[in-house]
Ligand binder design. Structure first.
Ligand SMILES: Nc1ncnc2c1ncn2[C@@H]1O[C@H](COP(=O)(O)OP(=O)(O)OP(=O)(O)O)[C@@H](O)[C@H]1O
Ligand SMILES: [Mg+2]
Length: 245
């Protein structure tokens, strides 16, 4: 099947506020989808629903044609292993070494330590952190910490990677180093990625498709060229003005 992910009529409400208000989205295998839109429009809520960090109120999410919304605990744990998530705030465990942070969920998943360690070392090398295995996360720069976060997501060989504003907590000098690693990874692996970011230049270079959201809904989608050359939505026109300035 060409489509890896199918989302139908997804809704999530907080109190009276519709954070995600009827989203339909299909993502093909190997596709790089970038999601953009103003703060509060529901981007995080949407991608967090995809690995059940947030429970949707309504709708359907199919991965590989199978619903991910009615899984028992064991099946949910197995499913989560196939989806990598990169958080804005890194979410590293301060008392564990870099290597242990990357290995931790592999070991928890029952992978023998020797294998888990080999996979973790390999993932760290892919994000340019070979040699930092025994450091403490607190001794690393923000950019390096986020690369550990990326290695942790990669180490489980996910079929889908979800990235929630991975550079938004970094200062401008460090943003570039993380975007370079992301660009290299998404272009050299065939992992499907959904990336929430405000980095327009990165989106232009890397995205197969850009999705624009506003007020909980998808308001426009298309190739980066089409979206930024001739935007149809108000949000799209705002991004175009950003590029022009
Ligand atoms: N746990 C929560 N409890 C209550 N309201 C929430 C919760 N999470 C999100 N919201 C609200 O839902 C809406 C969508 O939030 P969300 O975090 O998905 O937006 P976003 O597009 O990711 O924004 P940003 O670009 O600032 O990260 C916002 O109005 C937010 O305040
Ligand atoms: Mg967000």
């Amino acid at each position: 099947m060409r489509q890896l992910l199918q989302i139908r009529g997804l809704r999530k409400q907080y109190g009276k506020h519709m954070a995600v208000d009827g989203v339909d989205l299909n993502v093909n295998r190997g596709e790089i989808v970038v999601i953009m839109g103003p703060s509060g429009c529901g981007k995080s809520t949407m991608i967090r629903c995809i690995n059940r960090l947030t429970e949707p109120d309504a709708g359907e999410i199919l991965l590989d044609g199978k619903s991910i919304l009615n899984l028992d605990d064991q099946a949910l744990r197995e499913f989560r292993r196939t989806v990598g998530f990169v958080f804005q705030q890194f979410n590293l465990i301060a008392r564990l070494s870099v290597l242990d942070n990357v290995m931790f969920h592999l070991v928890m998943a029952g992978i023998p330590r020797v294998q888990a360690e080999a996979r973790a070392r390999n993932a760290l090398a892919r994000v340019g952190l070979a040699g930092s295995e025994h450091k403490n996360p607190g001794s690393l720069s923000g950019g390096e910490q986020q690369r550990v976060g990326i290695a942790r997501a990669l180490a489980s060989n996910p079929q889908l990677m979800l990235w929630d504003e991975p550079t938004a907590s970094l200062d401008p000098i460090l943003i570039g180093e993380v975007l370079d690693v992301m660009e290299e990874l998404v272009q050299t692996t065939n992992t499907t990625s959904i990336i929430v970011t405000h980095e327009v230049g990165f989106a232009l270079k890397v995205a197969d498709r850009i999705i624009l959201m506003d007020k909980g809904k998808i308001v426009e989608e298309g190739s980066p060229k089409a979206i930024f050359a001739d935007p149809k939505s108000e949000v799209g026109r705002k991004y175009r003005r950003l590029i022009a300035s």
